[in-house]
Design a protein around this ligand. Structure first.
Ligand SMILES: Cc1ncc(COP(=O)(O)O)c(C=O)c1O
Length: 386
């Protein structure tokens, strides 16, 4: 049981009104309309609020209109290469390969670096697709405690060198990976380090280059992956090699791109248009940080155990899946849409559920108040001290 759950467990039991089970739909009753008229949506990962950006949309439409049928393999290769090179420069990487999604990137990279039977050390909260890729490659998966480098060291001492796979910023709880220490462990133990930057590419670093580059770890992290459907608003994935020597591995890892369809011209054009916007419009990152800090501080002041930090992912451990649903539905009734998360195989099951709020740069000051009002209203019903 987490400390947040210890704080919330009893009040949630009160909120159930003796029904003792999950509630399937939004609560009915006088507070249904919520404190504002427009729901605040915190379920998307459009962190920089680029999802409806006119220039990006126009570029994607232009890419479709200009395509005149299926592009020739040569044209598709050239377009993909140009974009991959621009992304490599953005990331400070030796080379970048593109594929259809972050999921494809993670499964492909694990297939490329994990030898059958070899140890793979995964943080317990590492993305499910890293776990899937490690299993598909036939690796001997070993899980280490979340962000616990001593536990990782002990497991490597027992199992020998292999692959370490982590997320730079964890989508479940918004925690940040201790990357410099992790790079030390990888070097000391002769392990290959794979870091998923899906939730920090675009949002972290002065120009959105992600945490690895912001911490100057480009050549100490062997391979980076990212899904681009978060801060970058287009469905695609990338794999970046930190050192030239890993480019060959990357070529092998790029099988989903080589043996699958190339990215379509509209996605290539949309991504090419998004990259300078992500790099140059630093105010989006500043706004994202500001609203994230305000909501987090407000929730802490209300007594919710959301933890410290300035990450755009704010998460509340609820104890059980039923309680996560219950909180989500009661907040939805107050016009605040959040996500309820549950343990997912093949990761080893951590008990309990979570409520996740994904902040974005498009939130107004009124939205922030609306969110905090929603939680404050719930606080009254939970009998939490205000
Ligand atoms: C950390 C992480 N990695 C990878 C993925 C998969 O990315 P995609 O949705 O592009 O397949 C996700 C998806 O949400 C994610 O959160």
């Amino acid at each position: 049981m987490t400390s947040a759950h210890q704080r919330l467990g009893e009040p949630i039991a009160d909120l159930r009104d003796g029904r003792g089970g999950p509630r399937t739909g939004p609560a009915r009753g006088p507070d249904r309309a919520g404190p504002g008229s427009r729901p605040v949506v915190l379920t998307m990962s459009d962190y920089l609020a680029l999802g409806e950006h006119q220039e990006i949309t126009a570029a994607a439409i232009g890419g479709l209109r200009g395509a005149r049928g299926v592009p020739s393999p040569r044209a598709a290769r050239l377009g993909t290469r140009r974009l991959a090179d621009a992304l490599a420069a953005h990331l400070g990487a030796a080379s970048v390969g593109l594929c259809a999604s972050g999921w494809a990137a993670n499964t492909a990279v694990m297939r490329a670096v994990v030898d059958p039977g070899a140890p793979v050390y995964l943080d317990v909260l590492a993305h499910v697709s890293l776990w899937e890729g490690a299993r598909a490659a036939g690796g001997a998966t070993a899980c280490f405690r979340h962000n616990d480098l001593d536990d990782l060291r002990q497991r490597i001492a027992a199992g020998g060198p292999g692959v370490i796979a982590v997320d730079a910023l964890y989508g479940d709880d918004g925690s940040v990976c201790p990357l410099p220490g992790l790079a030390d462990v990888a070097e000391e133990t002769g392990c290959t380090l794979v870091v998923d930057e899906t939730h920090c590419l675009g949002t972290h670093g002065d120009r959105g280059e992600g945490l690895v580059a912001a911490l100057a770890l480009e050549d100490r992290v062997h391979l980076r992956t990212a899904g681009l459907a978060k801060a970058f608003p287009i469905r695609a994935g990338l794999i970046a090699a930190g050192r030239p020597g890993f480019t060959d591995r990357l070529r092998y890892a790029a099988r989903p791109a080589g043996y699958g369809s190339p990215l379509p011209p509209n996605d290539l054009a949309g991504l090419a248009a998004a990259l300078p916007i992500v790099r140059d419009e630093g105010w989006r990152r500043e706004r994202l940080r500001a609203v994230s800090v305000r909501v987090r501080r407000g929730l802490l002041a209300l007594g919710y155990g959301v933890g410290a930090g300035d990450s755009q992912i704010i998460s509340l451990a609820t104890g059980s899946e039923a309680d996560a649903r219950l909180l989500r539905d009661d907040l939805a009734a107050r016009g605040v849409l959040t996500a309820a998360l549950f343990p997912t195989a093949p990761r080893p099951a951590a008990p309990g559920g979570r409520l996740r709020l994904s902040m974005h740069a498009g939130l107004t000051d009124g939205d922030v108040e609306h969110v905090l009002d929603g939680f404050a209203g719930l606080c009254d019903r939970l009998h939490m001290p205000a």
